[in-house]
Design a binder for this molecule. Structure first.
Ligand SMILES: NC(=O)c1ccc[n+]([C@@H]2O[C@H](COP(=O)([O-])OP(=O)(O)OC[C@H]3O[C@@H](n4cnc5c(N)ncnc54)[C@H](OP(=O)(O)O)[C@@H]3O)[C@@H](O)[C@H]2O)c1
Length: 250
């Protein structure tokens, strides 16, 4: 597979390393600042040989990078987080262009299994009103956005499964939390690759589900798996579509 890497930071460099170990070819590295990049922007020239673009850049560039990739007619794996308020606009851009597009706030297989476990747990807890859910995540001090894309995805899953929760709140609250609100909070510091904890707390005990990433390799390997999956497809997909196919063996 010919892969163009958009964003040559920590994730972009790791994707190059793992893709080359798997005998894929890196046909372009695109980054406006990195001296190791051959191109500064996504366009028909920088993407001329690419089967798939893998983008791990910055939240403020994500939507523009999607538009440019769609204009060039190249399929895309979007790993950058922090653009999800534009989800419907992005779906329209992708569907109008006919490209294949897969996104996730977390491409690691373990986290995607964790999503399934949280969904099952929340659907059971739905019958037990005394358990109140909340979500907390920890990430390294250089992370640009909060809450993490993964924490937002966990929050969405809980909102879908728990009838008594209607919306997420992510700020620090200077008031009592409303009964329909789900609190999703963040800590930034050190070098933590990503830890997510889902708690269901009752008056008498606590049930805690926790995923701890040991490093970033799982994200990079998952993004390359997603690139191979999206290469021959068109349309707008979340990683859950790919996971369902793998689990069902379709
Ligand atoms: N989905 C997942 O599995 C997953 C996993 C880990 C991280 N992430 C997300 O991926 C993104 C990148 O993370 P990271 O840790 O690799 O960050 P990083 O080390 O800061 O790398 C981002 C790189 O993108 C560059 N960049 C800025 N604007 C760009 C543009 N318009 N086009 C292309 N590249 C551009 C940055 O350059 P400058 O430094 O000069 O701005 C930097 O080199 C973040 O949004 C993070 O939350 C997702």
């Amino acid at each position: 597979m010919n892969i163009a890497i958009s964003g040559y930071g920590r994730m972009g460099k790791l994707i190059r390393k793992i893709a080359e170990q798997q005998d894929h070819s890196i046909c372009a590295v695109i980054d406006p600042v990195s001296e190791e990049a051959q191109f500064k922007e996504l366009n028909t020239e920088s993407l001329s040989n690419a089967d798939v673009v893998i983008d791990f850049s910055v939240p403020s560039s994500a939507v523009e990078n999607i538009k440019r990739t769609a204009q060039a007619g190249v399929n895309m794996v979007m790993g950058t987080t922090g653009w999800y308020k534009e989800m419907e606009a992005v779906r329209g851009i992708v569907e109008d262009s006919g490209i294949g597009f897969i996104w996730s706030g977390n491409f690691s297989t373990g986290v995607n299994l964790f999503f399934s476990i949280v969904r099952n747990a929340a659907s059971i807890i739905n019958y037990f009103e005394s358990y109140d859910p909340f979500v907390h995540e920890y990430h390294h001090k250089n992370k640009a956005d909060s809450p993490s894309g993964t924490a937002s995805m966990i929050g969405e899953i809980i909102l879908e499964e728990l009838d008594r929760k209607e919306r997420m709140v992510t700020e620090s609250l200077k008031r009592k939390i409303e009964p329909g609100e789900l609190h999703v909070t963040s800590t930034r510091g050190g070098s933590i690759p990503g830890t997510h904890i889902v708690t269901f707390d009752s008056g008498v005990d606590t049930i805690e589900l926790k995923h701890t990433a040991r490093g970033r390799e799982g994200f990079a390997a998952g993004a390359i798996t997603a690139a191979a999956w999206i290469k021959h497809r068109s349309g707008f997909y979340g990683i859950e579509n790919m996971m369902k196919e793998i689990i069902k063996g379709e």
